[in-house]
Design a binder for this molecule. Structure first.
Ligand SMILES: *Cc1c(COP(=O)(O)O)cnc(C)c1O
Length: 379
């Protein structure tokens, strides 16, 4: 049986929630299950937040940027190491990305570097409209520091928390920060609605505006009246019902992924293998176990291990390719020293699904150990 990187993991609570939606015929884009799902996530994340269920995390980022007023000619400062869905919405709005490197101690946005560049941009009167830091592989960015910087310079902060629901930093939950945060419930994320996302914001007017835009921007009138253009971006009530069942087990899922990380760490730790760090005060869900393989110290390399796993029907994947290295963004401004470039070159995400058995994980570990002890290299 193929072992996947991260696949949907149903708890058994979902079907009853979906059946409730069917029984009341709310097989529609909106309905009581969606209201309840939004309220459940808002409560989980802490007080004073507004949640809007949407068709994807990418849709949530698109709406957040639009509500923040991002448009043609604006800059959006963003972590280079991210997934396509965490950057493409900048293009949808005709804005320009400026890419930032990660800090080696957290593998999340380098806030010292960001602070330096914000100071320079303020002096030159070319501040960005918004900053979009990415919570990577289950780990929150430094929320307090980023909020302080955004406040100091009057820049909007939109946190991409698509990979970090269930994580926290100090007393704060990932997904609760900034002017807004976005979540994803895609099939590979820590919980899923079989596809979906959410905009989380402390601003009630942002949530109202996002709901309006996500339902085709219908002005109040008996006929269809439009003073701006919108989108069909709301989450289906049926999908929200799945999400309700999944929220019941979110913390268990995070605990299991951390356990999987700990088993990999215990089995594979040696010189030349570095796991993603978890700085003091941060609680990562370890959504995906991410590590780097130093070819000099191990005598092998990332690709050799990835291909050896693939031969045994085991899926693993290089870390995100930084966006400033993508053909699409060639020539875009980048600030950093290539921490992200090196993570991409040597980094691998291992199968980390919460439904993976210990026996399956032992199989993965065994194949990696075999390559490490042979010390063979594909290059
Ligand atoms: C998954 C993901 C998204 C997009 O979410 P979708 O629901 O797939 O649109 C955005 N950013 C990051 C970092 C992600 O991992």
């Amino acid at each position: 049986m193929r072992i996947y990187l991260s696949r949907p993991h149903m708890s058994g609570h979902e079907e009853a929630r979906v059946a409730e939606a069917f029984a009341s015929n709310f097989v529609a884009p909106l309905g009581p299950q969606l209201d309840a799902f939004e309220a459940t996530v808002a409560e989980y994340l802490g007080g004073g937040l507004h949640c809007v269920g949407l068709s994807s995390g990418s849709a949530a980022l698109h709406l957040a940027l639009r509500v923040a007023g991002v448009g043609p000619g604006d800059e959006v400062w963003i972590s280079s190491m991210t997934f396509a869905g965490g950057i493409f919405p900048v293009n949808y709005l005709g804005a320009t990305p400026r890419f930032f490197d990660l800090a080696p101690a957290s593998w999340t946005l380098n806030t010292d570097l960001l602070a330096e560049e914000l100071a320079k941009a303020a002096r030159a009167n070319r501040l960005p409209k918004a900053i979009v830091p990415t919570d990577l592989y289950g780990q929150s960015v430094d929320l307090d520091r980023l909020e302080a910087l955004a406040g100091q310079y009057g820049v909007r902060l939109i946190v991409d928390s698509a990979e970090s629901l269930g994580a926290s930093i100090g007393p704060r939950k990932a997904g609760s920060g900034g002017d807004a945060a976005i979540l994803s419930f895609n099939g590979n994320k820590i919980i899923t609605t079989s596809g979906g996302g959410m905009l989380v914001t402390k601003h009630k007017d942002w949530a109202d505006q996002a709901r309006f835009l996500a339902t085709q921007a219908r002005d109040p009138a008996p006929h269809y009246e439009h003073s701006t253009y919108g989108y069909n971006y709301r989450l289906s009530n049926i999908c929200a019902a799945i999400g309700l069942g999944q929220m019941q087990v979110l913390d268990d899922r995070a605990a299991r992924r951390r356990e999987i990380f700990a088993r990999y760490n215990a089995a594979l730790a040696r010189s030349g293998i570095s796991f993603m760090p978890e700085p003091e005060g941060r609680f990562s869900t370890r959504w995906l176990t991410a590590l780097t393989i130093d070819p000099v110290q191990t005598g092998t390399d990332r690709e050799t291990i990835r291909l050896a796993l693939l031969e045994h029907q085991i899926e693993s994947r290089p870390l995100w390719k930084p966006m400033h290295m993508q053909p699409l963004y060639r020539g875009a401004p980048y600030h950093g020293s290539g921490v992200d470039e090196r993570l991409f070159e040597h980094g691998l995400c291992l199968p980390s699904g919460s439904d993976m058995s210990d026996a399956q994980q032992d199989e993965v570990i065994g194949h990696i150990m075999a390559v490490l002890s042979e010390g063979k290299s594909a290059r």
